[in-house]
Design a binder for this molecule. Structure first.
Ligand code: ADP
Ligand code: MG
Length: 716
């Protein structure tokens, strides 16, 4: 083992795993299947769990339900047939001074077992001890035979990798056994763990009692015999803590650096005399909620300050984010700057366009819509108007982000439903002006500690209140018999003059058949089930004009039922629609289900959401559906989602431009994250954004770990 000076990355870490003794081309191919190529990959391939083989136990000391290891002698062996199922089983009765135990095999080669376990044979056995009434059994145990001279000590001495210690249990892949893995990782750790270094500042390391990387890796793979097993099993041991802190520290350092960098740039200090917001307030048929007002205050402060705003506006579906966006837009417009509002789908862009235009028209301001499906001539026209500064507010889809679109003076960029956009697109918007203010809006409520990580360089505002008079949506799970359960309830709503969405999932690989399902359903509903009502069909393959026509007809109440694929998922707002039926509800993710349900419950009437799952669905799907039935609270839904899916999927860390974690777990390790965040932000301040001499190794390591992603992180 050797180690190197801090800050200089030892080339050994980047070596291929083939350089490890015992790893030939064939084993290497298997390791690749686990995603492991370099020595460093291998070092961070951590045990799944551990097995306590520090001591051999006697039979009476064995604990039911535990993986145990013990020495015993064969007392009897042979094939038996179970009385009830007439199944053949091979049984070996073993014993020691303290008691007896039955070993059982259900799949076996009889001659091999007979030869291996003659009466009197002594062996070390490993396996899970199960209790059945008065007897205890081990099924398919591992066994190491002890020779007739009975030298147990020698056996244990000969195999220090598998006995007498706490053993790592690695994630396996086909053709790679646990024993083989242990051998490889023993060698790997021995030869290479020493090269792992991190320039984590010594003062921080001391303060949190962190081990250096080499020692932490060494101990996490091969824990010493005085390790506290309970803490180890819970992942609360010092080696793991040290690795997690290290990962989080560099993550937060990157975020802190970006935040500090943004603050250094000169943005626009908007002046504000309520020129348009007071008139708008007078026009509005309702009062802003307290939450909207508070959030608006935060945005106002940002916009008036000379630094560019980077703010995330979080609020459950229906909480009234659009109005906050409108108010913010008016501040920019009052300062003769333009505003861009970008939405993920054409339907949503059009709806926003409609909303914004309604109010802006009344204030004597101009609005335009820009989207990909417009004719080239129409697009050119709009693009020219934008460039000449003739429009105050531009609503659009990705089309707004194209190179051809240049603003006279972009003052504020608003991105709606930001989780649907990649990081790159946000960055593009930012560069369409000189440090314009940026407001990103999301309805995906992310637990606070997580949003801190994901949007670490964004200030966060939360609308935690719905407009008054909203009744929680009643959610019910329906069976397959729609005629008995579902249709009568729908008819009742239709009779009361309400409108209904019926949503079908669109899964890429079977797009055609799903589309067909929606089409057929619309047909059946229109002709057989509700012939007395009008049914519309909306899906992603329709032309924009057709989609518009259908949406308009639904909005105006001309259509009472709208059968749709998930194109209506985000943002659509038709208050008279009070019923959402979700077909194949098991195929949707939780946040998607919640978004869909958010389409109803927008007026004063009681709304309903009916979930109709496929005939067979998974246990996870059942958990999702139960969460939907149990709660309306987007925050609780998000937490459950996080629990079911795990943080990686939930956050879509790839998309957010964050590095993937090798050890850390955003849910389990939130305390460590908070500490690491604080230290990182302090460190950035102390070292004047990593420009002091002693910060050089840290800065180099940061660059290495984040690579190009530092540019793109969070808002870009
Ligand atoms: P979301 O946050 O999901 O984007 P919207 O901005 O679409 O929500 O608002 C949902 C509905 O609530 C809209 O019809 C909007 O006009 C209405 N709304 C917004 N603010 C208020 C308020 N303060 N009082 C009453 N209704 C409101
Ligand atoms: Mg919205």
């Amino acid at each position: 083992m050797s180690s190197s000076a801090p800050g200089i990355r030892p080339p050994e870490l980047d070596k291929s795993l083939v350089s490890v003794q015992g790893v030939g081309p064939r084993v290497y191919a298997k390791l690749q299947k686990l995603g492991l190529e370099t020595v460093e990959d291998g070092l961070y391939h951590l045990p799944l769990r551990y097995e306590d083989r520090r001591q051999l136990k006697t039979i009476s000391q064995l604990t039911d339900g535990c993986q145990e290891i013990f020495v015993a002698t064969v007392l009897a062996s042979g094939e038996i047939t179970t009385a009830r199922s007439r199944r053949r089983i091979f049984e070996v009765i073993v014993g020691d001074n303290s008691g007896k135990l039955s070993l059982k095999w259900f799949r076996y080669r009889k001659p091999w077992l007979e030869k291996r376990f003659p009466v009197g044979q002594k062996a070390v056995f490993i396996g899970e001890v199960k209790r059945f009434g008065a007897t205890r059994e081990v099924h398919h145990p591992d066994a190491d035979l002890i020779n007739s001279d009975g030298d147990l000590d020698q056996l244990l001495r000969n195999d220090p990798l598998n006995f007498g210690r706490i053993l790592p249990v690695y994630p396996l892949t086909e053709g790679l056994s646990q024993k083989q893995s242990r051998k490889i990782w023993f060698q790997l750790i021995n030869d290479y763990a020493g090269y792992a270094t991190s320039p984590l500042p010594v003062s921080i390391r001391r303060k949190y009692r962190l081990l250096d990387l080499a020692e932490a890796l060494q101990q996490i793979h091969w824990p010493s015999n005085d390790t506290n097993l309970e803490r180890l099993a819970k992942g609360q041991d010092r080696p793991r803590h040290s690795l997690v802190f290290d990962e989080f520290f560099f993550l937060e350092l990157g975020l802190a650096l970006k935040r500090a960098g943004v603050e250094l740039e000169a943005g626009i200090a908007f002046k504000f005399t309520h020129k348009y917001t007071i008139p708008l307030n007078k026009l509005l048929p309702f009062k802003l909620t307290d939450a909207q007002r508070r959030v608006l205050g935060e945005i106002k402060r940002d916009m008036m300050s000379p630094q560019p705003m980077h703010r995330l506006l979080q609020g459950d579906v229906g909480s009234g984010k659009t109005l906050v966006a409108l108010m913010s837009a008016l501040i920019a417009i009052e300062n003769e700057a333009q505003v861009a509002v970008v939405a993920p789908t054409e339907i949503l862009a059009e709806q926003h366009y409609r909303t914004f235009k309604t109010w802006l028209d009344q204030l004597g301001l101009s609005t335009c819509l820009l989207q990909g499906s417009m004719t080239a001539a129409a697009k050119r026209d709009v693009v020219e108007q934008i460039a000449r500064g003739e429009v105050d507010l531009i609503v659009g889809t990705h089309a707004v982000l194209q190179d051809a679109v240049e603003f006279k003076k972009l003052g504020l960029g608003i991105i709606d439903e930001q989780h649907r956009f990649g990081v790159r697109q946000r960055s593009v918007l930012r560069h369409k002006g000189t440090n314009p203010d940026i407001l990103v809006m999301t309805a995906t409520p992310i637990p606070r500690t997580l949003s801190m990580t994901l949007y670490g360089d964004l200030a966060v505002s939360v609308i935690d209140q719905l407009p008054p008079g909203r009744k929680p949506v009643t959610t019910r799970l329906c069976g397959q018999n729609r005629h008995r359960q579902l249709y009568p309830q729908l008819r009742k709503q239709l009779e009361q003059g309400r409108q209904i969405y019926i949503v079908y999932p669109l899964v890429e690989e079977s797009e055609k058949s799903d589309l067909q399902a929606a089409t057929v359903a619309a047909e059946t509903l229109a002709t057989e089930i509700f012939p007395d009502y009008r049914v519309g069909l909306l899906h992603g393959r329709m032309k924009t004009a057709e989609k518009d026509a259908v949406m308009d007809a639904f909005r105006s109440g001309e259509l009472q039922l709208l059968v749709a694929t998930t194109v209506i998922e985000v943002g659509v707002d038709v208050p008279n629609a009070t019923v959402m039926v979700i077909e194949h509800a098991d195929r949707f993710g939780l946040s998607q289900l919640h978004q869909l349900r958010g389409r109803v419950g927008r007026g004063a009437e009681q709304s309903f959401c009916f979930l109709v799952p496929s005939e067979n669905y998974s246990a996870d799907a059942a958990r999702r559906l139960k969460v939907m039935v149990d709660t309306n609270d987007g925050f609780l839904v998000a937490e459950a989602d996080l629990e079911i899916r795990g943080p990686g999927d939930f956050l879509g860390t790839r998309q957010a431009g964050l590095p993937e974690f090798r050890v850390a777990n955003l849910v389990k390790d939130i305390r460590i994250l908070e500490a690491a965040r604080q230290e990182a932000f302090n460190y950035i301040e102390q070292t004047k954004m990593l420009t002091t001499a002693d910060a050089l190794p840290v800065s180099q390591e940061l660059q290495r770990r984040w690579g190009g992603r530092l540019e793109l992180a969070a808002i870009g």
